[in-house]
Design a binder for this molecule. Structure first.
Ligand code: FE2
Length: 292
C-alpha cells in the first residue's frame, strides 16, 4: 500500500471491516472483534440456578460452534488478536465459562475479554449490580481474564496499547478512571475496548442513546430493570468519574478509538479524528490499523 502522508488518521468501514491509517502507528495491526454471542451452555451444575437463568436461556447460542468458527477465521485471516467485547455468555454458568476459557487457551493468537452486563448476571438474585458483578466474576468468570484485572487491564500489541475496561454496569469507578489516566499518560497509541458504547454527545451523531456517559441515564429512564430483575438505575444518574472518562477518552490525543458491543447492531462513527466501532451480534468485525 502506498503511503498517503496524511497528518490525520483516515478511518473507513465497509461490511464490518474497518480500516484506520495513522502516521502514529509503527506497524500494521489487525484485530477481530466479537460481541454479544450470548452462549447459554449449561449442565446439571446449573440446575439450582434455573430460576435465575430461564428467561435468557430462551435465546442466544446453545453451543460454541459458531464462535469456534469465528476464532478459526480470525487466525486464518491474519488477525493479531481477538477482542471479546462482552455478553459472550447470557449468564455465568460453569460449563459456559469452562468452554470459552478452553477456546481462549487453545487459540494461537491472544484473546482478550471484558464482561458485559449479562456475563455475570443471574436475573433476580439479590444485591446491587456492582456487588453481583464482583461476586460472579470471582466465582465464575476469572478464567476468562488470563490473570489480568477484570476491571481494567492494558495489553500491548504491535505498539498499540489496548485498554480493556469493564463498564458493564454502565458506570466507571474512581479506580478505573485513575487506571485509564495513568495508562494514557505515556502517549502511546491506545484503543479502548469495553462492552457499553460511549455516549458521544455530538449533535451530528446518528446514535445518541449509547449508555456509558449518557446524561439521560437514570432511574426514571430505566426500561428493563423489572424484566431483567436487577436494581433500578441510580436516581441521580451516572458518576462524575464516568462522565470524566467519556470526556477524556474523546479528547485524549493518543486514543485511536473505541470498540464496543451491547446494542447488537454494527455502527461506525467518527469524532475528533477518532472512531467508535460497535459490533454486530450476528457476525464479527475486523479492525485493521496501518502505519499510513
Ligand atoms: Fe449488553
Amino acid at each position: 500500500m502506498n503511503s498517503i502522508n496524511c497528518p490525520y488518521p483516515l478511518i473507513s468501514g465497509k461490511d464490518n471491516e474497518v480500516t484506520l491509517r495513522s502516521q502514529f502507528l509503527k506497524e500494521k495491526c489487525r484485530l477481530t472483534l466479537i460481541g454479544d454471542y450470548h452462549a447459554t451452555l449449561d449442565d446439571e451444575r446449573g440446575t439450582p440456578f434455573k430460576q435465575y437463568s430461564a428467561r435468557m436461556a430462551q435465546w442466544g447460542h446453545c453451543d460454541m460452534q459458531e464462535l469456534e468458527m469465528l476464532f478459526n477465521k480470525a487466525f486464518q485471516d491474519g488477525s493479531d488478536a481477538i477482542i471479546l467485547l462482552g455478553d459472550m455468555l447470557s449468564f455465568p454458568t460453569e460449563r459456559g465459562v469452562e468452554t470459552l476459557a478452553g477456546m481462549m487457551k487453545d487459540s494461537p493468537i491472544p484473546v482478550l475479554f471484558t464482561a458485559g452486563n449479562h456475563d455475570w448476571h443471574y436475573e433476580g438474585m439479590p444485591g446491587s449490580d456492582m456487588q453481583k458483578r464482583q461476586e460472579w466474576i470471582s466465582k465464575r468468570l476469572l478464567p476468562l481474564y488470563g490473570g489480568h484485572d477484570p476491571m481494567n487491564y492494558a495489553f500491548e500489541l504491535k505498539g498499540i496499547k489496548i485498554l480493556m475496561v469493564d463498564n458493564s454496569i454502565y458506570q466507571l469507578t474512581p479506580s478505573q478512571l485513575a487506571f485509564c489516566r495513568k495508562e494514557l499518560s505515556d502517549g502511546k497509541p491506545a484503543l479502548v475496548g469495553c462492552h457499553i458504547p460511549l455516549y458521544l454527545g455530538l449533535p451530528y451523531h446518528t446514535v445518541v442513546n449509547y449508555g456509558c456517559g449518557n446524561p439521560g441515564w437514570n432511574g426514571a429512564n430505566d426500561p428493563y430493570f423489572e424484566i431483567e430483575r436487577r436494581e433500578r438505575w441510580a436516581e441521580e444518574g451516572q458518576s462524575a468519574e464516568t462522565f470524566a472518562f467519556c470526556c477524556e477518552i474523546q479528547e485524549s490525543e493518543n486514543v485511536l478509538g473505541i470498540v464496543a458491543g451491547h446494542t447488537h447492531t454494527y455502527c461506525l462513527e467518527t469524532f475528533n479524528n477518532k472512531f467508535q466501532l460497535v459490533v454486530s451480534s450476528l457476525r464479527s468485525a475486523t479492525l485493521t490499523m496501518f502505519n499510513n
